[in-house]
Write a protein that binds this ligand. Structure first.
Ligand SMILES: C[S@@+](CC[C@H](N)C(=O)[O-])C[C@H]1O[C@@H](n2cnc3c(N)ncnc32)[C@H](O)[C@@H]1O
Length: 215
């Protein structure tokens, strides 16, 4: 799920993410397809079934959720890495889907308040440098009553697995800003969302969240 690239002096966290994911883009689809089989199975379908109306996907990557959105939804995607975005554009064209794909930062969304009915973010809050800021932005751009749909890998409920994840992220955080024990649910709750559904799967290493921005 991550590409290694050593941190460079003076580089901002966002610039590092852009560099890491630009480098990872050519191999991302092949790599993530493996994890979709063994760890995230059904997750993209779960997101697509709950998305409706004007949908914003934050950190859309190569657009792997695109085939799962309802045909009548309007899709906008934002992504830091131009190389990931180029693959998403090709995927949208192959699907014959009109998708507004833009380069941008999840922590500073270039959209007005209350612009979307649904905000989706998959497998990305583990790597976005300031996930609390990103969730705050997701809340801002949602309409009151709008849906927040998250899918991510998190620290396991099994202590030995969680310990292994903690050890692994000692390397991946430094190399690529990738966290394995970060959890999004407390941030979602701290931002005042009303949590409607959560599912924790695969020894607790995967969490799906459906929350609502209060009216
Ligand atoms: C593991 S990939 C997931 C891609 C896609 N969401 C998926 O489900 O396959 C993480 C993505 O987050 C993007 N990303 C990281 N930080 C970001 C930020 N601050 N703003 C927007 N995208 C960001 C990366 O460029 C990368 O494409």
């Amino acid at each position: 799920m991550t590409s290694t690239a050593n941190a460079r002096t003076g580089e901002t966290p966002a610039a590092r993410q852009k560099r890491v994911w630009d480098k990872s883009a050519p191999s991302y689809d092949k790599q993530i397809a493996f994890f979709e089989k063994i760890q995230f199975g059904g997750g993209r379908e779960w997101l697509g079934q709950r998305a409706h109306g004007r949908v914003l996907e934050v950190a859309i990557g190569t657009g792997r959720n695109l085939p799962h959105y309802p045909a009548d939804a309007t899709i906008t995607g934002i992504e830091l890495s131009p190389a990931m975005l180029a693959i998403a554009r090709q995927r949208a064209a192959d699907l014959g889907r009109d998708v507004d794909l833009q380069e941008g930062d999840a922590e500073h969304l270039p959209f007005g308040d209350a612009s979307f009915d649904t905000v989706v973010c998959a497998l990305s809050l583990c790597t976005i440098p300031n996930p609390a800021a990103a969730i705050g932005e997701m809340k801002r751009v949602l309409v009151p009553g709008g849906r927040l749909l998250l899918l991510d890998h998190i620290g396991s409920t099994w202590p030995p697995v969680c310990a292994a994840q903690w050890l692994l992220e000692r390397i991946t955080i430094r190399a690529a800003g990738e966290h394995f024990t970060r959890r999004q649910l407390p941030l979602v709750q701290a931002h005042g969302f009303q949590v409607v559904e959560t599912e924790r799967l695969k020894a607790g290493t995967v969490e799906r969240i459906h929350a609502i921005k209060p009216s």
